[in-house]
Design a protein around this ligand. Structure first.
Ligand SMILES: [Fe+2]
Ligand SMILES: [Fe+2]
Length: 284
């Protein structure tokens, strides 16, 4: 079955990732710019995802039993994500210590939002950010070969697993946001805030990694980065606009099929994603 029913329970997977100790910051030598961008998103995860988790968890007492159960599963899935990113990020930051300052800024920014904004705004922020995450997944699937062919297998698997679960739980934060009001004006404000905040951290993180690899003055690297950013923004803008309409629900977004199918090959006994098609994709 490729399409999950909107109210179906989520599977909580606990994969293990043994990243190589000598993991390169540019873990895809064929597409370093994508690796820098993916790493920059990864750096945000241990700060942004706990914010989404605490927002959704705080709403659970106000939800009906079915949605409360899905929200609890969402919390478990997201908690696995930021743990996996934390270990990955530690390897990246050990090689690029200048990223630590940006990490401190991320911690302050998402922590401040979590502490000072209303639960309704925080839920709108989580729902909007989940739309961005879903869009990232669909965009990545459209460019699987360009982004992941030749990449380090463990890093690629971690990012693809995360993206696939973002597809799987795409409706949960939105349903929780709607259950506690669902103001589209608040959603639009939260969407804008989420996008600008993430961009404000992602761009300097990319520059710092490029500087470490002595590519910051490389015009071809910048051309490839701008092309990457334009490609994503063209995918994101229609989804952002559609998701702000009063009639929108994330179940209306068409799921990427490869990620959805691949996720079903997860083996809970070994905690691994078997090599279904991924090996061919990554082979050089
Ligand atoms: Fe996540
Ligand atoms: Fe998510």
């Amino acid at each position: 079955m490729l399409h999950r029913m909107p109210g179906a329970p989520l599977t909580v997977r606990r994969p293990t990732f043994d990243y190589p100790d000598d993991l390169r910051v540019a873990w895809n030598p064929r597409n370093r710019e994508f690796a820098y961008a993916a790493n920059s998103v990864s750096l945000l995860m241990p700060y942004a995802e706990p914010y989404f988790v605490s927002s959704v968890r705080a709403a659970i007492p106000d939800l009906d039993d079915a949605l409360a159960a899905r929200a609890a599963d969402f919390v478990r899935q997201e908690s696995q994500h930021h743990r996996a990113h934390r270990r990955f990020n530690d390897l990246v930051v050990a090689q690029v210590p200048a990223l630590r300052r940006l990490e401190r800024g991320m911690k302050r920014a998402y922590g401040w939002l979590s502490r000072t904004r209303s639960l309704r705004f925080n839920l709108a922020f989580a729902a909007a950010s989940e739309t961005i995450a879903f869009t990232l997944a669909r965009w990545a699937e459209d460019h699987l070969s360009a982004f992941f062919r030749g990449a380090d297998e463990t890093a690629a698997t971690m990012f693809l697993w995360h993206l696939a679960e973002e597809v799987e739980h795409k409706t949960v934060a939105f349903d929780v946001f709607e259950a506690l009001g669902g103001s589209r004006l608040r959603y639009a404000l939260a969407m804008t805030t989420s996008f600008l905040l993430a961009t404000g951290f992602i761009v300097p993180s990319i520059v710092v990694m490029m500087a470490k690899d002595r590519r910051v003055l490389n015009p071809l690297a910048w051309f490839r980065l701008v092309r990457l950013a334009v490609s994503f923004v063209f995918e994101l803008l229609p989804n952002m606009a559609a998701s702000m309409l009063p009639s929108h629900h994330p179940s209306k977004f068409a799921d990427p099929t490869w990620l959805t199918t691949w996720l079903q090959t997860f083996d809970p006994d070994t905690g691994t994603m078997p090599d279904w098609g991924l090996g061919e994709l990554l082979a050089s």
